[in-house]
Ligand binder design. Structure first.
Ligand code: GUN
Length: 287
């Protein structure tokens, strides 16, 4: 039987509509919309597109948004000063500095400078720590989107074997905590794992975030598993530049019970979770 396709695009549309309605209520009650500031310190077209898309998503749900494009040569102290000005700005509830930043900027210092209650990326050490000990906090948007996809498609996690391929700070590591919170038994694999396909084949739920185009093949998937593909890669195919995930979708969908495609899976959910985090932060700020 072909797999259920986990449609991140449709889910994102539905959740954004929920956020839009909640934003109307927030605006009526507090006299201002939630506000998001996005800072980009580089000139590459891909990052510019991401930032523009975040601004559009804010417009769609009725948020106030600010986008600051700084030249790649901006000194770290100027970036810190801008972040601190947004920390003080009462119209701004969430601050996101687009990663990756130029080499002369220490990203950890920048993420620590963002007020933890405005850290809608969930990268501040206080938020990372609170996630680990199960306290209320802001959580990294991509893994939060993955867990929301699993929840809304009613994929069982309690007592199930969840395998994460990838150990990044943005996806793999927070994903561990989110799956543990749902009582899954969690294994994390990475580039030094001895038998990656073998580990993946144990998974009832397989989350792939390794950044290698179509790396996970059908022989790495247990029949009946749920597969979430976090990868966004661009490759040349038939003379065209096409987006593919980290999973070989066409063959994987013949083995899995449910699978998210790329594009149209995790991607649209990530920006949606950014909106959700910003609304959450706004609610804290008006308390
Ligand atoms: N670049 C790619 N993904 C992300 C993300 O989730 N947050 C930030 N700040 N930058 C990114």
């Amino acid at each position: 039987m072909p797999a259920t396709i986990i449609d991140g695009k449709a889910l994102a549309r539905q959740i954004r509509e929920e956020i839009r309605r909640d934003t109307e209520i927030f605006l009526r009650e507090h006299g201002r919309p939630p506000g998001l500031a996005v800072i980009l310190v580089r000139d590459d077209p891909a990052s510019k597109t991401y930032v523009r898309n975040k601004g559009r998503a804010c417009d769609e749900v009725g948020f106030f948004s600010r986008q600051e494009h700084l030249p790649a040569t901006t000194p770290q102290k100027d970036l810190i000063a801008l972040v601190e000005s947004f920390n003080r700005d009462a119209s701004i509830d969430g601050i996101l500095v687009q990663h990756p930043m130029p080499k002369h900027i220490d990203e950890a210092t920048i993420f620590r400078t963002i007020e933890s209650q405005k850290d809608v990326d969930g990268f501040h050490p206080l938020n990372v720590g609170n996630l680990c000990i199960g306290q209320e906090c802001l959580i990294s948007c991509t893994p939060l989107g993955v867990i929301e996809m699993l929840r809304r498609y009613e994929v069982p996690l309690l007592g199930k074997r969840a395998v994460i391929a990838g150990r990044s700070n943005i996806v793999g590591k927070p994903m561990i905590q989110l799956l543990l919170r749902e009582h899954a038994t969690v294994t994390v694999c990475h580039s030094r794992t001895v038998d990656l396909p073998g580990e993946c084949r144990n998974a009832d739920v397989l989350i792939v975030a390794i950044g290698k185009p179509e790396f996970v093949r059908a022989d790495s998937i247990k029949p009946g598993a749920t597969v979430i593909d976090v990868g966004t890669n661009f490759i040349e195919r038939d003379g065209k530049n096409v987006q593919v995930g980290d999973v070989a979708f066409e063959e994987a969908k013949e083995i899995a019970a449910a699978i998210s495609p790329s594009p149209g899976g995790v991607g649209p959910m990530t920006i949606t979770m950014l909106l959700s985090n910003t609304l959450q932060a706004a609610r804290w700020h008006v308390k």
